[in-house]
Write a protein that binds this ligand. Structure first.
Ligand code: MTE
Length: 331
């Protein structure tokens, strides 16, 4: 994210409003069939393809059963990114700064035993063993867009439950206003912890009402399986309306506080990465535009940039959280 060269495969966004090829082709096909009265069949085929894509389970890791989520906005019908892309093009700086590094290096991460400690301004602080945390809520499948601040995006079927389930369990005190998320920083298993890229451990934060929003996911899996190490095993956060870096991986501590917590990227470059970091096409990063994005998997010769949507397309669900706030100031 701070790296300015093209080393990460980062391509500077250019503005384009053209519908991506695949979607365009699907629509054109449906229109053609509508003219011949076969639109119903075409739509059914399209839905079938979606279902197939969304049910893909690579069979590489342990299965994690989940029912399709009924939370409003939790399941996009957009084409799901291939598992291969989602698990080999990653940001996980503890394992290196190149997109391919986490998949290459994260096999050293030891995910059992694993505990997540919940502390701070709560009536019921607790240390949860992963097995107990897994059972705290019913596992749901959520198909979210993930928009990275660098200008690329994916569509990923996550498995997990609303973080609010855990928040309710520990009973925040009246003066708890923020939640801090702290991730593992183990120099023995994470080769880049100790490097000066970031101030370790990687830490993130949310306002309590953001943490309580039903779309904020505590995730244990993706594509019907437990998380691969490079995607933040065994448990991570997914906040779909914020830039990807808010979705902290490999969580070990959740702390409730009365003041805005310091976050890793904000500490590294406060003028570039704010506390809120809501996806916002109208507020540019100081060094590049945020108006468009490149969908991973659509990088072919004819692939066009997509327009980035306000709150990553989740405005109907989360816009109210920011009513009256100046989003240019609170970037
Ligand atoms: N969590 C930790 N602990 N370390 C990281 O470097 N990178 C963040 C976020 N969570 C990061 C992290 C960034 S910049 C992004 S875009 C997402 O993870 C990427 O998630 P993915 O690799 O599963 O797509």
């Amino acid at each position: 994210m701070l790296i300015k060269t093209g080393r990460d495969g980062f391509i500077h966004p250019v503005s384009s409003e053209i519908t991506p090829q695949a979607v365009y082709r699907d629509r054109r096909e449906i229109l053609r069939l509508m003219a011949t009265g076969a639109a119903g069949t075409a739509l059914a085929a399209w839905a079938g393809r979606q279902a197939q894509a969304q049910a893909q389970r690579p069979g590489k890791l342990a299965a994690l059963q989940a029912a399709r989520s009924t939370v409003p906005g939790a399941v996009t019908m957009e084409k799901v990114t291939d598992y291969k892309d989602a698990s080999t093009y990653n940001n996980f700086y503890e394992f290196g700064t190149d997109k391919a590094d986490p998949a290459r290096n994260a096999h050293t991460l030891k995910t059992t035993p694993w505990t997540v400690e919940v502390e701070g301004l709560v009536k019921k602080p607790a240390k949860y063993a992963l097995e107990d945390l897994l059972k705290l809520g019913a596992q749901e499948e959520r198909i979210y867009r993930l928009r990275c601040v660098e200008g690329w995006s994916m569509v990923i079927p996550w498995v997990g439950y609303s973080l609010s389930k855990l928040v309710e369990k520990v009973e925040p005190m009246g003066n708890a206003k923020f939640v801090e998320f702290i991730t593992l920083a183990d120099p023995k298993t994470m080769p880049y912890v100790g490097s000066r890229v970031l101030d370790w451990p990687y830490a993130e934060g949310l306002r309590l009402d953001e943490a309580m929003h039903p779309l904020t996911l505590l995730s244990f899996g993706m594509y019907g399986e437990v998380l691969p190490n490079q995607n933040g095993a065994p448990v991570r956060l997914v906040v779909p309306w914020k830039y990807g870096f808010k979705s902290a991986k490999s969580l070990v501590k959740i702390r409730f506080t009365d003041r805005e917590p310091k976050t890793a990227w904000n500490k590294a470059a406060a003028n570039e990465y704010g506390f809120y970091s809501n996806v916002n096409p109208e507020v540019d990063h100081p060094r590049w535009s945020q108006a468009t994005e490149r969908r991973i998997g659509e990088d072919g010769l004819f692939a066009k940039k997509r327009k980035t949507l306000m709150f990553n397309g989740y405005e109907a669900q989360v816009g109210q959280l920011y009513a009256g706030m100046d989003l240019k100031k609170n970037y």
